[in-house]
Design a protein around this ligand. Structure first.
Ligand SMILES: CC(=O)N[C@H](C=O)[C@@H](O)[C@H](O)[C@H](O)COP(=O)(O)O
Length: 236
């Protein structure tokens, strides 16, 4: 009797998530404090629209919104938890990170700059805790050095999110494609281009610079900021 065929190899979830994002768009569905769009049901609808439009994943703020998005949307959810707006405010502690995993985030995005974290932990502590809980980590960095360190500390993805937004990182109006290119040439984990990508051409340029995927937020999901841009562009 011929033996039964071996069971199919179980896919490595880490590799399969990275593969599902390769060359694709991630939509950041967030709204700042006080914005009329900052409403869980509204943010979930933004994520559904991103899914309908062909996005590969969504990036979502706060555990409650992560949980509601996971329940309604069939895409991987990259969760972050913004707490405050100075210093380390994107998923600043291990507690914040684990709350996002508990809410169903497949990936936790967290500040991976060298600045002190409020719970005294290191970025490596956060990576270890998130991995032990079964999720992956996207390191939000502002410089090449931080990106290389984050990869060495076990980050699964490195994103240019904080370039231009921390002390010592010059304010910019354009995406930091030089940082994308430098990181992509130097580190062995996927580099995500994020921050000020405002057009499809800029998204394509980010991929050409070596990004494995591209996050777009404001240009897709921020009607208040976009309205203001048009209003300020009018004469008088
Ligand atoms: C610096 C910071 O706190 N960035 C945040 C990170 O989650 C969001 O406010 C941005 O909207 C997001 O990075 C996407 O960028 P853009 O909206 O430029 O496409």
């Amino acid at each position: 009797m011929t033996p039964p065929p071996p069971p199919p190899l179980s896919p490595n979830p880490r590799q399969s998530l990275a593969a599902s994002l390769e060359g694709r768009l991630i939509v950041s569905c967030q709204a700042p404090p006080g914005d009329p769009m900052r409403h869980t049901g509204t943010l979930v609808r933004m994520a559904l629209a991103a899914e309908a439009g062909g996005a590969a994943a969504v990036r979502v703020n706060e555990p409650e919104v992560v949980a509601a998005t996971v329940a309604a949307v069939g895409l991987p959810v990259i969760g972050l938890w913004k707490d405050g707006d100075t210093g380390v405010y994107i998923t600043p502690s291990v507690r914040h990170a684990l709350a996002l995993v508990e809410a169903g985030a497949a990936v936790v995005a967290a500040d991976a700059t060298a600045r002190p974290r409020p719970d005294g932990s290191t970025f490596a502590d956060l990576v270890a805790a998130v991995h032990a809980a079964g999720a992956q980590v996207m390191a939000d960095v502002s410089t090449f050095h931080e990106g290389r360190e984050a990869a060495a500390q076990g980050a699964d993805l490195v994103a240019t999110t904080l370039s231009g937004y921390v002390p010592g990182s010059p304010r910019r109006t354009e995406p930091d494609l030089a940082l994308v290119a430098d990181l992509a040439a130097a580190i062995g984990v996927p580099v995500v281009a994020e921050g000020r990508i405002a057009t499809p051409a800029q998204a394509a340029a980010a991929l050409a610079a070596g990004a494995s995927s591209v996050v777009v937020g404001t240009a897709i999901t921020a009607p208040t900021a976009l309205t203001r841009l048009f209003v300020e562009g009018l004469p008088g």
